[in-house]
Structure formats: C-alpha cells, structure tokens
Design a protein around this ligand. Structure first.
Ligand SMILES: [Zn+2]
Length: 327
C-alpha cells in the first residue's frame, strides 16, 4: 500500500484469537473455547451490538500492564510493517475499569508499547474514547480520572452502540476536553442517520467524523462536509461485517469520492472484521478506484492526522515519491 496514516483503529479491536487465548491462559481467565479457529468462526455479526457483545466479553483477558503492552505492540508492529507513517489509535478505558483494571495499568502498558514503536520510527498516539451507551456522566468521570495521564493521549472520541445514543448529551464533556487542548472526534453516521453527523459537528465540535457513511443520505450535509473539508474515517470491511452496507459492491465509497468528500480508509476492529488497513485498501481497489484516487485517499489520511503542518509536508513528499504496489 501507499504510505498513509491510520486514523480509525480500536486497540481492543486488534485482539487476535491467538493473543486472546494466550492472555486467558496467562491470567487464568476461562473462555468458552481455546480453539482459535472456533473463535474466528464466531466472528460473524448481525449488527453492531452483536459484535460489541463479543468484543467487550473478550476484553476480560486484559489484566496487567504487560497484557496491554502486548496487545498494542502486536498492532503497532503490523502497522509499521505495512508501511504506515502514522497511527492514531482509540482505546476504551471504561471497559477496563469495569473489569477492575485501573487507568494506571492501561496507560502503563499502552504507554510502553507506544514509546517503543516511536523509538522504532512509527509516529503514533492514543485517543481516549467514551462509550456513548454508558452516558455522559460516566464520560465526564472517566475524563477527570484520565487527567493525571493527560500527556499520554492527544484527544477524545465517542464510540460503541450509536443508535439511541446521539451526540447531544456529550456536549459538556467534549467542551471540557477542548478546554484541556485535546483533539475531538466522534463515531457518527455508521448505524445512526445524518443527524448524528450534524450534531457531532455542531454540538461536540469534532475535527473528524468516524465512519460518516450515512451522511450520503443528506445532500445538504454532504455539501457542508465538502465545503468545510471535514475528514471522514471510513472502514469498508467493518461496514460489510456489521451489515452497515449489504455487501462491499454496495459501499457508498466511490460515490463519496465523486461527491468530493475528504475521507480516509481505515480498519476499525481488524481482528474481528477480516483485515488490517492494507486489506481495507485492497477492498477499495477492488471497487475500481484508480491510482489517482488511491493517492488522494493516502494524502487525505496525512492531511487529517493530528500532527504539525511541517510533518504533513514531509510525509506528502514521501507519498509523492512512492510507487503504487501492483497489488
Ligand atoms: Zn470504530
């Protein structure tokens, strides 16, 4: 793949069955099966909630700083090997707190893995996500609790079950995050309609929309997203796996490109949805996007990253000097 940035990946969603089973054994956590192929066979989902049920249950195997470091290192090593220049990775602290694991443990483990990846030349940072289905009070509580670790994350996001959990109640916690100088993003328009996207922009002040594919149902919103050049982090294999689109061939991605939307291609929860960012790029290529389009998407990812302008220009030069691999 062309050099690019991955801006929508959940570290917890990179938990491959092999590591899941190994961590369960290490920590004495009982699993319904220790057969990795059986785990893969279970990763067939009717919708977002069906996925979330398995995703949250599996996270009970993460107990110690070493567990979190192993999880992040496995992903960051793959990211570097795939040729990514930059990773902005989500994590869900509320799940770990529920499992009796403190924020100090989570930040120690992820922090060690991210420092090691930076030392090996990968630009990478963490974005702390609020679980929207736990409500705004819980989000404010976790943001306060994370403040002693403020230097270890660059922004906040909003994820988990979208429908029935619109952005509005989170306006206050996003304002508090902004006051701390944190970047702001939110999942919107994945299963929820265009109004979730509009509210995320207007009420939460987000700088990027995660997913956003249902914005295509509202021409006026599309015009606004194009005019304001709001980046959308699209995850095609996730959309197929969670039935947000009936099949890859029906994905709105080519139409989004034609409309002039500025979007990037990402992996979301790659251990569960059939592939990492390179597999998502391959899926995009299979929709008939040519080299010019693929270069636009790679460039969008660099432009939408939360890094200084000088860094973006340096990476654009790297991209311009790179050949498109044949597959
Ligand atoms: Zn996501």
């Amino acid at each position: 793949m062309l050099p690019a940035a991955e801006l929508h990946v959940h570290l917890e969603g990179t938990l491959e069955p092999e590591l899941l089973v190994a961590l369960a054994a290490r920590n004495g956590v009982a699993l319904p099966t220790t057969d990795v192929e059986q785990w893969r066979a279970r990763y067939v989902f009717g919708d977002l909630q069906a996925f979330l049920d398995i995703y949250y249950a599996n996270l009970a195997v993460l107990r110690t700083p070493q567990d979190f470091a192993d999880l992040a290192t496995a992903y960051l090593d793959r990211a570097r090997a795939a040729g990514l220049l930059r990773v902005e990775a989500f994590f869900d602290p509320q799940v770990h707190l529920d499992n009796g694991v403190g924020l100090d443990v989570v930040f120690e483990g992820f922090g060690a893995a991210f420092d090691a990846a930076r030392a090996r030349g990968l630009s990478c940072d963490l974005i702390l996500c609020f679980l929207r289905d736990r409500g705004a009070d819980a989000a404010e509580e976790v943001l306060r609790a994370a403040m002693p670790f403020r230097e270890q994350f660059i922004g906040v996001g909003l994820d988990s079950a979208e429908v029935g959990h619109p952005p509005a109640p989170f306006a206050r916690v996003f304002a508090a995050a902004a006051a701390e100088g944190l970047h702001r993003v939110a999942h919107a328009g994945e299963e929820g309609g265009p109004e979730y996207v509009r509210d995320a922009l207007d009420l939460l002040g987000v700088e990027r929309i995660d997913h956003g594919i249902r914005a295509m149902e509202d021409p006026e919103l599309v015009r606004r997203l194009v005019d304001e050049q709001v980046p959308l982090t699209v995850c095609p294999l996730s959309n197929v796996a969670l039935r947000a689109v009936p099949e890859l061939a029906a994905h709105p991605l080519p139409a989004m490109l034609d409309a002039g939307l500025r979007f990037t291609v990402n992996s979301d929860d790659p251990a569960y949805f059939g592939g990492y960012v390179e597999a998502n790029i391959a899926a995009v290529r299979s929709l008939g996007l040519d080299e010019t389009a693929l270069r636009t998407l790679a460039r969008n990812s660099i432009d939408a990253a939360f890094v200084p302008h000088e860094q973006k220009s340096a990476w654009r030069s790297v991209l311009d000097a790179s050949e498109l691999p044949s597959t």
